[in-house]
Every structure is written in structure tokens, then in C-alpha cells.
Write a new protein. Structure first.
Length: 188
């Protein structure tokens, strides 16, 4: 297939998936609808044509807000204003959402105690800002024979941060790596 066709096909299929808009006016194909007026009053069950006629009299749109209900629920309202309110709610929800990241600290098998304290201080800053910290230790060459030493380094690191962090995932060997995950204490 032509690369341009694949690009355009992918682009347009994504656009059509994104546009999950509500059905409005003539797009509504249901025979019977439960209609709600713009002031919230229940107008009852009526045919599609009656509902469209009623919305045209009020110079507003007929919007299907619950198409899977039996019968589908439609509301007479100003569609532009309705979309604006939905976008405003989504934006507000996004603003209140807190995004946590996973920061990584790397240790070595034969690290000195002071170096562990310096790295623990850095990890403490990450934890105080609300992020998770993945602590990893890579065994290079013959260091793989000292896996118990690696576990001790991890325990020492966790002990440095025990007042502000708790261990979510205990130290686990993943091939030549040893890793654990710390989370802020107020999260757990």
C-alpha cells in the first residue's frame, strides 16, 4: 500500500474516533424519545418529529444526552452552550488532576555510606514533591557474586528514608539488576 494512503487513513480514523459528539436534531434516528425541556421540566415521551418541532419553536437544539436509555433521553437546549460547559468541566477536572512521576536513583554495589546519604537526600526531594522513586542497583561483571551486599545497600537506602517513604515494592532481582520502589508515606 502507498505510505501516503496509510498516513491519511490513520489520521482520519483517529479523527473519527475522537469525535464522540452527542446526536443533535436530525441526527437522532430514534422513533420515541423521553424529552426534557431547557429548564429541566420533564415533557414526557413523544415522537422524534414532535420533539424536533418543539425545539424549533423555542429556537434551540434537540440533544440526545442518554442514547442507551430506554427510551433514549433528549434535552432541548442551546448546543453551543452545552459543549462549552462540557469543555469547561473537562478542563477543570484536568486542572485538579495530580500527575505523579517515577523518578529513578541508581546505586552501585560497593557505594560508600556518605554517597548513600547524598542520594537519599535527592530521593527525599522527589518524595516530598509527591513522586515515586525507583531505586536500582546494577551488578557489573563479578559483582553478581555479591548479591547479599546489594541487598544490604538497598536496606541501608530504605532505612535512610523510612521517616518520609515506605517501600511499595521490596528489592527484587531482575536479571543483573536489583530494584525497589519507594512511595511517599502520605500516599499509602
Amino acid at each position: 500500500m502507498c505510505p501516503l494512503f496509510l498516513f491519511l487513513h490513520r489520521r482520519y480514523t483517529n479523527i473519527s474516533r475522537e469525535s464522540k459528539e452527542a446526536l443533535i436534531n436530525e441526527e437522532i434516528r430514534f422513533k420515541e424519545l423521553r424529552v426534557i425541556a431547557d429548564d429541566g421540566e420533564q415533557l414526557g415521551i413523544m415522537s422524534r418529529d414532535e420533539a424536533l418541532e418543539l425545539s424549533e419553536k423555542k429556537e434551540l437544539d434537540l440533544v440526545c444526552i442518554a442514547p442507551k436509555a430506554n427510551p433514549p433521553v433528549c434535552k432541548i437546549l442551546d448546543y453551543g452552550k452545552y459543549r462549552y460547559e462540557l469543555q469547561k468541566k473537562e478542563k477543570e477536572a484536568k486542572k485538579n488532576q495530580k500527575v505523579t512521576q517515577v523518578k529513578e536513583i541508581r546505586l552501585s554495589t560497593f557505594i560508600e555510606e556518605h554517597d548513600v546519604q547524598v542520594k537519599a537526600k535527592t530521593a527525599g526531594k522527589f518524595l516530598k514533591s509527591g513522586d515515586r522513586v525507583k531505586v536500582s542497583l546494577r551488578f557489573r561483571g563479578r559483582e553478581a557474586a555479591y548479591k547479599d551486599k546489594g541487598l544490604k545497600v538497598m536496606e541501608m537506602f530504605a532505612a535512610e528514608l523510612e521517616d518520609i517513604a515506605s517501600v511499595e515494592k521490596k528489592p527484587v532481582f531482575e536479571g543483573r539488576n536489583l530494584s525497589m520502589v519507594l512511595v511517599p508515606k502520605n500516599d499509602k
